[in-house]
Design a protein around this ligand. Structure first.
Ligand SMILES: Cc1cc2nc3c(=O)[nH]c(=O)nc-3n(C[C@H](O)[C@H](O)[C@H](O)COP(=O)(O)O)c2cc1C
Length: 382
């Protein structure tokens, strides 16, 4: 009897030790990501979001009262004071609990959306790392989005695990992230993305809350967006290029050979503005488009809304404040909202629907910006 049990126990212990080591490695990786991004070493440099090419036509006679501007919106049945979302960042590392508490408190005060970082470690270890019920208790009235890697559906995750991610934070929706570039470059990355769409479709059909899909900084193409929408996904976050580069972030953690290997991909991806332009016409009733990836300030938020986003997310540029305190994050996003309101005011847009129709200047040969085809007929009414 002993002879049979001994090897089983041995292999069980070996398996547990390997699993614990893997969880520790994931946690260490997440800590590295936070540090590298917070130090500004993860940004794309040779490619932009394309937002600077979106120029609003200035309206010198806005005919709106700045104090009456309404930048509120609805998301997942909840009212937001601004169309903003803290993009997925933290989950499952030592610093996560503190940062998640700051983010939840700030989002509750500002009444904006909160997307948590990957809950994989929390699901696999049961250690929530700030992603437990206390998160919802801190932010009872705002939309909270759960998060796991879509590729985990090819590595043993299914409906029960997805449901656990939702339950542990009482999430209003679950977002799956697509990160093939990151997994390809990361040492030991999960690279089996085969037939993933079928699994996403099955999850969308069985999960009781809406299912969303996001990229992580390389953008969703029109073709991918269409396939995801056809599969039953109702929230798309383009998370385009021009901001955080995962080729850069992963390279920063690796040895010299990996750094050289990743270098050509530092500026890989579909710029955010382009991804938004491509996805916006595909979104039908009940679908939500989130614009994110390299969003710098409230003018970029206004530009993303103008290109068709319903909500706008920011990760890297909110991280230093999120690490510092809830108050710092409130201040950061208050300034973003003020910039959005200035853009609304100077385009004569009393609400987000009007901002979506605001006139744009058109680029002309010679680097000139012209109102030739950009001024709406309203401006000539008088
Ligand atoms: C430190 C850090 C950790 C991140 N972790 C996740 C994650 O766990 N899940 C996810 O979907 N996206 C994650 N992201 C990606 C962001 O949600 C976002 O899509 C991406 O950073 C692009 O936005 P940005 O240019 O504003 O940073 C992370 C980003 C950062 C900066």
């Amino acid at each position: 009897m002993l002879l049979v049990l001994e090897p089983c126990g041995f292999w069980r212990n070996m398996f547990r030790a390997a699993w614990a080591q893997q969880m520790t490695e994931i946690s260490r990786r997440k800590t590295d990501h936070l540090r590298i991004v917070a130090e500004g070493r993860g940004q794309q440099s040779g490619l932009t979001t394309g937002f600077d090419a979106v120029r609003f036509a200035h309206v010198a006679l806005p005919e709106v009262d700045y104090d009456q501007l309404d930048c509120g919106t609805q998301f997942l049945g909840r009212q937001l004071d601004a169309p903003l979302l803290v993009s997925a960042m933290t989950g499952g590392n030592d610093e996560a609990e503190r940062i998640n508490a700051h983010i939840a408190e700030a989002c509750a005060e500002l009444r904006i959306g909160l997307a948590v970082g990957s809950q994989r470690i929390a699901v696999e270890t049961g250690d929530a790392g700030g992603l437990g019920r206390q998160l919802r208790a801190r932010a009872p009235d705002i939309p909270i989005l759960g998060n796991i890697g879509a590729v985990q559906l090819n590595y043993g995750f299914g409906l029960p695990e997805a449901q656990r991610t939702v339950d542990m934070i009482e999430a209003d929706a679950l977002i799956l992230h697509l990160n093939p570039l990151q997994e390809a470059i990361q040492q030991g990355g999960d690279r089996n993305f085969a037939a993933l769409l079928l699994r996403i479709e099955a999850l969308a059909a069985s999960l009781p809350v809406p299912l969303g899909v996001k990229e992580v900084g390389a953008g969703l193409s029109a073709q991918v967006a269409r396939r995801l929408l056809d599969a039953g996904v109702t929230i798309l976050d383009v998370a385009g290029a021009g901001g955080t580069s995962w080729a850069r972030v992963e390279a920063e953690r690796g040895p010299a050979r990996l750094q050289a290997l990743a270098a050509p991909f530092h500026d890989w991806g579909i710029p955010t503005a382009d991804a938004l332009r491509a996805a916006a016409p595909l979104m039908g009733a009940g679908k939500v488009l989130i614009g994110s990836g390299g969003v710098r300030h409230g003018l970029d938020v206004a530009r993303a809304i103008r290109l068709g986003a319903d909500l706008v997310g920011q990760a890297a540029r909110a991280l230093p404040a999120a690490r510092h305190s809830a108050e710092a994050l409130v201040q950061h996003f208050s300034d973003v909202v003020t910039q959005l309101r200035i853009a609304m005011f100077c385009t004569g847009s009393r609400d987000l629907a009007a901002l979506r129709r605001a006139a744009l200047l058109q680029p002309m040969p010679g680097g000139i910006w012209s109102q030739a085809a950009g001024v709406s007929s309203d401006d000539f009414d008088a």
